[in-house]
Design a protein around this ligand. Structure first.
Ligand code: MF3
Ligand code: CO
Length: 290
């Protein structure tokens, strides 16, 4: 952390003097660092100006998910979901972040039943009655990123599938309630994990959430298999996703050898995921995209 004069402008771009802005914040972080906590760097703290721009991106991301919710139905292909996402995003002036991201070929991830995440839309995959599907949308607007996902139940799904989808949503919302400034990511992750395991489910360990906003995937990695008191301090201004992948049976997973993307449950059990993008505030948490 660089030393700034107390009467110099704050590093956050507020135009306030440092002593009237983030000086106490920096002192608190330094104190916690001395106590052994992992603390965010200044460039991981979103400025109010950045937050406003990210929220504009999120308006599109939310509208796209709403549009998918209105139009998803049995009999359609996941390729058609991709088309809905591409058209709505670009019509609103955004760019779908997945498209060409590290070679990803489509505008959205569509992960069905035993697919954990990173399912690739295809004209060969037809939604059928009883399916559960995660639609994971991410948007770039003027270089700012938003990222959230929802589950959809197609027609009449089994009680067990419905329960997995609902419990996963509850787990994410418990995570949101545990975004408490100056607690740690490990506190939040442990709260998410408890909801899953209390219902007899398991949580994927290898893949998780991430910082987001200026880039698609920023540090820190956000796990939901954590011990309270560990991991990065949730300082106000930190922005990240809460996106646990919760499995019906075991937590083991494998990657599609052919497409290099899609992740499946090892035991073919169902997997569900909801994703919310949050901002840590002085008093709690603000939902940016959901
Ligand atoms: N949207 C996913 C996430 O939540 C990332 C998908 S990367 C992609 O982090 F290339 F598959 F889109
Ligand atoms: Co994400």
């Amino acid at each position: 952390m660089i030393k700034i004069g107390r009467n110099e402008p704050c590093w956050c771009g507020s135009n306030k003097k440092y002593k009237q802005c983030h000086e106490a914040f920096d002192e608190k972080l330094r104190r916690m660092e001395r106590q052994g906590y992992i603390i965010p760097s200044h460039d991981q703290i979103k400025t109010p100006d950045q937050v406003e721009k990210i929220k504009e991106s999120a308006k599109i991301n939310i509208a796209v998910l709403d549009y998918v919710a209105e139009n998803i139905h049995a009999g359609m292909t996941t390729e058609e979901i991709d088309k809905l996402v591409y058209e709505k995003t670009t019509e609103m002036g955004g760019i779908p972040a997945p498209l060409n991201y590290e070679g990803f070929p489509k505008s959205v991830c569509t992960s069905l039943n035993n697919e954990v995440c990173h399912g690739i839309p295809s004209d060969q995959i037809i939604l059928t009655d009883g399916d559960i599907i995660n639609v994971d949308c991410s948007t770039i607007l003027d270089g700012y990123y938003s990222d959230s996902s929802r589950m959809f139940c197609i027609g009449q799904v089994s009680e067990e599938a419905k329960r997995l989808v609902e419990v996963t949503k509850q787990a994410v919302e418990e995570g949101v309630r545990n975004v408490i400034p100056w607690n740690t990511l490990g506190d939040m992750g442990a709260a998410v994990h408890k909801i899953a395991t209390d219902h007899g489910y398991t949580v994927v360990r290898e893949i998780g959430g991430h910082g987001v906003g200026i880039d698609f995937h920023e540090d820190p990695f956000v796990s939901y298999c954590t011990k309270p008191g560990t991991g990065m301090v949730m300082a106000p201004g930190l922005m990240f996703t809460i996106e646990p992948m919760i499995n019906q049976f075991g937590d083991e997973i494998y990657q599609d050898a052919e497409n290099g993307w899609t992740i499946y449950t090892e035991d073919d059990g169902l997997s569900a995921q909801w994703e919310v993008q949050v901002l840590v505030t002085e008093t709690g948490c603000e939902i940016i995209s959901y």
